[in-house]
Design a protein around this ligand. Sequence first.
Ligand code: EPZ
Length: 420
Amino acid sequence: MESIRIRGGKRLEGTIKISGAKNAALPILCATLLSDGESLLRNVPALRDIETTSALLRFLGREVNSAPPVVTVKGFGTDRPIAPYELVKQMRASVMVLGPLLARNGRAQVSLPGGCQIGSRPVDQHLKGLEKLGATISLERGYIVAKSSRLRGAEIVFDMPTVTGTENLMMAAALAKGKTRLVNAAKEPEVEELGRVLNKMGAIVTGAGTDVMEIEGRDELAPFDHAIIADRIEAGTYMVAAAATGGNVLLENAPLEDMASTIEVLKRMGVEITREGTAARIQRNGPLKPIRIETMPHPGFPTDMQAQIMVLSCLAEGESTIHETIFENRFMHVPELARMGADIETDGSSAVIRGPRQLEGAQVMATDLRASASLVIAGLVARDETEVLRVYHLDRGYEHMEEKLSGAGADAVRVATTAY
Ligand code: EPZ
């Protein structure tokens, strides 16, 4: 096992380069299943989730050369449309091979992803949408078994905006006969990015990034060459780290245009964010002000930034409140932060945070990648030493986090540990 050891109290000063977006790369890797030939993805982050998806594509019969930031996926003829439990259970986003496999091969057998630490994570919207496109779906021994001669375009109205649900159905619709209309679609930038890729492949996608999308399916799609957008959640995470340490950091490639709600919250807390060309400078000189937020689907405040902003509110002068509306159990970082001296009370999906608090270093761990990131940020400002255990959770979504932080002045190193 590996952990990250941090000696707190250092201001972050320097430059951090933002990598490609994990949650854009994952659906785009699945989209390679929609065509024969060789697709090329650029600006792909070096993450565990990328390796897991590459392993799944290989299992399905594709030739994958994963050398981030470049990944190529090659395939000819039908794939073996079975996504096994041992791969899907590592990463729920694997469910996004269902739409492409079904659309291209007429059948697919994908393990139900099961829940995870942040919630039950159902996929009912994915399945209802595929049935609307003409698929027959059954659940057999923990697997989703989907069959269809040829998917046909339809109108699908989501009960709630679902990011991977929208993406799964976009990909299925791209090979369906006729037009599909997705209503109450997720509007995340990563959804919009998938729309751009499907258009490159020959589908006609309009309205991606808005709540009503139309996809004109084709009989056949072409492989693509695409450079992935930057990761707005990674960028937001380092903005919080810079603000927490009272630092002065230049973030290269930060996608500010996709981060309005995060930037608004940080500015309200007293953080200065200024654009410098294609980079963003983050500074915090004065005291932090408390905040009241609730997580919302894009363009609202992202649930993937909730744990990070909670750490910042521990340092603010006053009482902050956070209401998590997307997932039912996304406060696992709270007991760990409390062990570091934070004053946080939770009641269901709401948390009240009182500050300012001087956090104390400790051995901590989390099981949600964003919660793990929040513990690293806490370690940056805590007295003495913090060890964040089970760093493989962090490696799912953050590329070389300890290197990027120490490159900006943090005292953070990755160590092998026997602690569990
Ligand atoms: C995506 O997960 C992201 N993952 C998550 O990021 C992110 O937290 C989440 O969207 C919300 O923004 C990827 O893009 C790979 P949802 P997803 O379907 O698609 C309910 C990270 O940290 N729902 O938008 O699984 C669901 O329970 C990860 O990078 C249904 O009820 O989330 C939740 O309450 C964590 N039925 C809400 O919708 C369904 O069929 C939103 O979930 C689907 C979803």
